[in-house]
Ligand binder design. Sequence first.
Ligand SMILES: [Zn+2]
Length: 285
Amino acid sequence: MIRRSAPGFLAVACVTFAAGLALAVEAAKGVNFKPGFNIFSKDEDVEMGKQAAEEVEKQNPLLQDSETLRYINRLGMRLTQYEPLPADYPWTFKVLNSRDINAFALPGGIVYVNRGSIEAAEDEAQLAGAIAHETGHVVMRHGTHAATQVVIAQVPLALLSGWLGQSSSAVSEFFQVAAGVGAESILLHNSRNSESQADTIGTYVLYHAGYDPHALAQFFVIIEKKDPTRTIQFFSDHPNPENRIQAIESEIPQLGPPIQGKTDSLEFEAVKKRLLAMPSPPKKP
Ligand SMILES: [Zn+2]
């Protein structure tokens, strides 16, 4: 595994940001479970995710409540057992102490769920849908796939071939070119196509884990209605493909025979109640 320096990581974050913008204009394509071309290794996904997590956690307060964390990790780990793709990542599920309704994932399996998402979900299945959507970004390796696309588009072939040959001078040369952009870019600006794929995986995981497969679409509907101002961030990090909800609904019959999926749990209700009773999150600097 190539160890990348922090500037190296920033560079990748930079190209990911650009890739997100480029891909956002691409129309949603047919969805499948085949991850896009990727020049990074899965170990590098993990490494880049760890570095990005340091940035995320410098800028966002984590919720340090062992009961909530135990619950969210148990739920998240259970969901990852039903991925349609290999899911052998060192998964970690964390809660950010923010009332914005949002969730996001870093390459390699670190998933952040905002406190606001748990508070807004009406039942466990809706929360599970949002988490399963995020795990979909991880197993499809969307972050490093987007970075790959920009590397291919922008790096001269000679440099790229040197880099792929793991010449360390080529690596640092490339990274120097693109350094200097906020590291959090790697986790934002998913393309519409990536969003559709993550929705499909989220719904697939819900169904196979025995949850009501309509719950992800329901979550989008309720958060849009419930509090549009706190939801803006969710839909800007997760661009809203046209007819997203209809697209999810139309895929459900293809998953298999209808099931009477599980919707709620006592644990979810207890954690939600606990969060709602906690002091308001600190204001972001
Ligand atoms: Zn997403």
